[in-house]
Design a protein around this ligand. Sequence first.
Ligand SMILES: [Zn+2]
Length: 263
Amino acid sequence: MPSIFSYQSAAVDWCEGNFEHSEYIAEYYNTISNISFFILAPLILWLNSPYMDFRPLPVRGLAIMEICIGIFSAYFHMTLSYAGQLLDELSILWGMAMCYAFWFPTRYFPGFIKNRDQFVRVVLLVTLLSTLMSFVKPALNAYVLNCVAFHLLYLTTQELKQCKNPRVHHLAAVMVIWWVISIGCWLADKFLCSWCQQLNFCYLHSLWHVFINVTLLYCATLIIYFDILYESPASEPRLMYWPSETSLLALPYVAVLKPQKWC
Ligand SMILES: [Zn+2]
């Protein structure tokens, strides 16, 4: 019986041909495209330094989880091992759980939860159970991750319905466009591989790695904006772009116009 660490022991294989560019790296471009996770992590820390003066923990946690996801995803695509697949999926699950625990708005807490400490304990319990289940039924993981992603999208639309700021709507629209492009790349690589092979372009999964990071940057900016808006409205958060709004590669961030002390 092959070990869970042995090459190509994973249940999935992506469209890119295996060992085409290196005898040690199964999927070359799917592996190196994970560099986008290592670029995004310091970028999020740097762009959100005004927010980190108030709440440093969530952004630092997010950056650390980004690095973990990048490492495990690179290891998975390099080896296509079962252990790599599990580590990749579980790091995404724990990353999402951490964002829930830190940022889930208190007004959406279910009735039986009284405060954030209780909420964090429930999230921890559910994440531990999902982690254990993924060893029993690995296929379940992808469904859990998708459910969480759609729940986040639902919450975003709820928030946007109450928000009149056109800058917020624009940022959310751009985020959804990137998200759709990312998911499209992931699905096409998985289900339309023979077409991709005919077109001689089997690298859509590596584009998914890049585009989902762009989506994450927009998503984190939106979450941070709402966090400041609800927790400290007098701080006057404002959505900005670096280096400028009109530049080709404009990166979104939240500026704090009137910094206040948070309780
Ligand atoms: Zn991947």
